[in-house]
Design a protein. Structure first.
Length: 278
């Protein structure tokens, strides 16, 4: 059903399909993570992700979207988001964000993570801390979705976490989270920062993609000449984490997490509950 003119609320059966799309997205990104080794090209990482989608008989929601040519976005070092896979060779210590999704029976999954090529020990302390802070900001936002009343509670929680725990980091505001369901990008917009508007009420059946992006410097961004790749204006490194999350009558469920979000939500006292098929 559609709440108001725009926001899609899922039935229990539709939430089951969202969960299937989310779990396939998890497998797609796991394959990309495994392929992102020193010496691999970003095109090879993309091919590993696409093979999982093809094997599942599913569809990519990235490839062809507004002309995007690949099934995952791969953003390296100063690239924040929407990096196009190609001939770039990954090197030990690169900070890489991979964003991808999949469509299962008309329903979409969308998720992103940041990794250090060669393992965490191959990166700098600053890069490890940046990725950890971005992931923690995402979980703060997800916890707010689990317990809050308004969509704006999510941005408030992310902003508060970054401001209080990591004020030296840049919080990117130009790109937001979004509703997700029968399309990859739907209402409502999910801001990653405090705003005057309270936004719509959180209601059962609402599914959101929550995705903060942080930098080790300025939050100012530049879009490159390919009209996709977004980089930091000052050349500082960036991190991007994202999960698709469902709020339902029984609680909250992280659709693109292996454990439904149990480990990430535990510090907030939130226990995720899988959506009922009833």
């Amino acid at each position: 059903m559609i709440f108001g003119p725009r926001i899609e609320l899922k039935s229990p059966a539709e939430l089951q399909l969202m969960d299937r799309a989310g779990q396939l997205t998890l497998r797609v990104l796991s394959a990309a993570r495994s392929a992102a080794v020193p010496g691999a090209t970003t095109a090879e990482v993309d091919a590993a992700a696409e093979a999982v989608i093809d094997a599942a008989g599913a569809q990519s929601n990235f490839k062809g979207y507004q002309g995007f040519p690949a099934v995952v976005c791969i953003s390296v070092n100063e690239e924040i988001v929407h990096g196009i896979p190609g001939s770039k060779v990954l090197r030990t210590g690169d900070l890489v964000s991979i964003d991808g999704g999949a469509i299962v029976e008309g329903f979409h999954g969308d998720s992103a993570f940041t990794m250090i090529v060669g393992g965490d020990e191959a990166g700098t302390t600053a890069d490890r801390d940046l990725s950890a802070a971005t992931e923690a900001a995402m979980w703060a936002g997800i916890a707010a979705f689990a317990t809050g009343m308004k969509v704006s509670d999510i941005g408030d929680a992310i902003d508060d976490y970054v401001t209080e725990a990591h004020p030296q980091l840049g919080l990117v505001e130009e790109f937001t989270g979004h509703g997700i369901g029968t399309a990859m990008h739907m209402a409502p917009d999910v801001l990653n920062y405090r705003a005057r508007s309270n936004g719509p009420k959180i209601r059962p059946g609402m599914c959101l993609a929550i995705e903060p992006m942080l930098t080790n410097g300025s939050s100012e961004t530049v879009t490159l000449s390919d009209d996709w790749t977004v980089v930091t204006a000052d050349g500082s490194r960036a991190s991007h984490w994202e999960h698709s999350v469902a709020r339902h009558d029984g609680g909250v469920w992280v659709l693109t997490a292996e454990d439904g979000g149990a480990s990430g939500l535990a510090p907030f006292g939130v226990t995720p509950v899988p959506p009922s098929a009833a």
